[in-house]
Ligand binder design. Structure first.
Ligand code: HEC
Length: 150
């Protein structure tokens, strides 16, 4: 085939992938799981990859008494929010770069911005249907934070 045909094929393939990603972000996690959409062959699971990221970076606000509107302290709480989490994280809207200083816990965690790698991990996890994965002997990580009323 000539270069132009090749380009057209590449191009339409990319566009299709873009549409698939957008569709995945809009779909409920349940639907994604059923559609089996997979962008990367390596499976990214909540237990193996995502729980730690969310625990380290999101639970500070998304917990009982926190400033976030919902809690993200376990899979059951996180799962329904997976598509929105994917969107907010991909757009770098979450977590916020600054927040109310009256909470008084800045010095515990340092920089909460997600690295590009962490953003990738979260968005791919969502695109793969936000699977929980296998905890094996592990239990859910717990955020190392003071009680919210301190
Ligand atoms: C500094 C506090 C803080 C941190 C850290 C934080 N959030 Fe939030 N989050 C909020 C607040 C406040 C809101 C509600 C206002 C808004 O939607 O922007 C919110 C809203 C959201 C929403 C939208 C909920 C809705 O109803 O639309 C999602 C999804 C979300 N956060 C995910 C996350 C994820 C994932 C992380 C970690 C990567 C995170 N947040 C970290 C404070 C935080």
């Amino acid at each position: 085939m000539n270069i132009k045909q090749y380009w057209n094929i590449r191009h339409s393939g990319k566009a299709a992938l873009g549409v698939a990603v957008l569709a995945a972000l809009g779909m409920s996690a349940q639907t994604q799981a059923q559609s089996g959409l997979s962008i990367d062959s390596g499976e990214i699971t909540y237990a193996d990859h995502v729980a730690q990221i969310i625990t380290d970076n999101c639970v500070v606000c998304h917990r009982e008494g926190g400033v976030g509107p919902m809690q993200l302290t376990n899979f059951e709480q996180v799962r329904p929010w997976a598509p929105l989490i994917g969107m907010r994280v991909a757009n770098k809207e979450m977590h916020p770069y600054s927040y109310d200083d009256h909470i008084g816990i800045q010095d515990l965690q340092g920089d909460w911005r997600l690295s590009d790698e962490e953003i990738n991990t979260v968005t791919q996890w969502v695109a793969q249907g936000a699977p929980e994965g296998d905890w094996g002997d592990r239990s859910h990580p717990v955020a190392n934070l003071p009680a919210s009323d301190e």
